[in-house]
Design a binder for this molecule. Structure first.
Ligand code: LMR
Length: 400
């Protein structure tokens, strides 16, 4: 019965790792998936995560019972505080329904499924470009996906005018996906003033903001600064959704730990929203896994561990920033044609290089450098040792 099934293509991001793994070259370099690597090119388990895991393992009172459908209550409360701020009136007024989900993707999917069932408008506007999985998540949930202009290839910066025009002409009530910080793949974020402008437009048009927050702490190194955009929207008392991931900022990629929050106008509405979220989650995966959420909650509940986390997080963010400078300097030293200042201006895990598909293909073929075909490179996968190799490859690609 399955004989006619056609071979599906690899995922545009995760498929890069599949290709990389098959390459026997000793100089190969994976700058595809956004996963942090040390200066030695190794995956990093944060020290504070190891400490938390040790405490969890040693605690004989811990059992392996099912979590509630909505996940671990402490984890949810602390996750809301992390993104909305400890003194957020919306938290104090119990106006937020937060549920533990399977990292950022799972949180987006649960949010989208909820909107399809309970929100009157099924169109979501996503930035052009955006993370490749966004349109798939929303389409599979049953939303209709449209895009708004975001990136300007000419300036390698924000197309603010285009963004305002497109959101300005979106139908009232449409959902708008916003990257809370460190826009993926471009590394281009609005300024605080631009965010304020966007907020006014979104609110005046009655659009529903849905934030994807996958990089809190990774853009600037400060958890508060990177949540500023979300907090501006919550401060005006209006509704929004926020999907959080702990993959990058706590290095918990494979633990699949994240949260979806829906900010409502009243506590009563939030209670009813949570009850409906349970009906969305139960038939999908029943309830979320314990381990990752236990790590996060253990770290958040202990002041020393929380501080240690912020220090380790800042160190990761700083290393990425230093990679930007080193790559920029290496291209300048080679006299590589072009203005590469966007490498140091863009923020977060990725640089949107401006290299085209053919140039990327030639870098993979000749230099064994793996990256997504849109020219995005994960700065977190780079090290001082590999910068010269990448700079050589970019130089060759743009001068051939
Ligand atoms: C990425 O964009 O590389 C990450 O968000 C990982 C993923 O799942 O695509």
């Amino acid at each position: 019965v399955f004989a006619n099934i056609v071979q599906a293509p690899e995922d545009p991001i995760l498929g890069v790792t599949v290709a990389y793994n098959k390459d026997p070259s000793p100089v190969k370099l994976n700058l595809g998936v956004g996963a942090y690597r040390t200066e030695e090119g190794k995956p990093l388990v944060l020290n504070v995560v190891r400490r938390a895991e040790q405490l969890i393992i040693n605690d004989q009172s811990r059992v392996k019972e099912y979590l509630p459908i909505t996940g671990m209550a402490d984890f949810n409360k602390l996750s809301a505080k992390l993104i909305f701020g400890t003194d957020s009136p919306a938290i104090q007024e119990n106006r937020i329904a937060t549920v533990q989900c399977l990292s950022g993707t799972g949180s987006l999917r649960v949010g989208a499924e909820f909107l399809v069932k309970h929100y009157h408008n099924r169109t979501i506007y996503i930035p052009q470009p955006t993370w490749g999985n966004h349109p798939k998540v929303f389409t599979m949930a049953g939303l209709s996906v449209k895009s708004y202009r975001y990136y300007d290839p000419a300036t390698r910066g924000l197309n603010f005018q285009g963004l305002l025009e497109d959101l300005g002409s979106a139908p009232s009530g449409a959902i708008v996906l916003l990257h809370a910080c460190a826009h993926n793949p471009t590394g281009v974020d609005p300024t605080t003033e631009q965010w304020e402008h966007i907020r006014q437009l979104v609110r005046s048009k009655g659009l529903l903001p849905f934030f994807d927050s996958a990089y809190q702490g990774f853009a600037s190194g400060s958890l508060d600064t990177d949540a500023q955009s979300v907090r501006m929207f919550v401060a005006d008392g209006g509704e929004c959704l926020a999907a959080q991931s702990y993959a990058k900022n706590m290095g918990l990629y494979g633990e699949r730990v994240g949260a979806l929050s829906i900010v409502c106008r009243t506590a009563d509405v939030a209670t009813r929203v949570e009850s409906q979220l349970k009906l969305v989650i139960r038939p999908m995966y029943s309830n979320p896994p314990i381990h990752g959420a236990s790590i996060v909650a253990t770290i958040f509940k202990d002041r020393d561990m929380y501080t240690e986390w912020t220090i380790e997080l800042k160190a990761m963010a700083d290393r990425i920033i230093s990679m930007r400078q080193q790559l920029f300097d290496a291209l300048r030293a080679r006299g590589t044609p072009g203005d590469w200042s966007h490498i140091v201006k863009q923020i977060g895990m990725f640089t949107f290089t401006g290299l085209n598909t053919e140039q990327v293909a030639s870098m993979t073929k000749e230099y064994h450098i793996y990256m997504t075909s849109d020219g995005r490179i994960s700065m977190a996968g780079l090290s001082s040792r590999t910068v010269p190799h990448l700079a050589d490859a970019i130089h060759a690609a743009v001068t051939r």
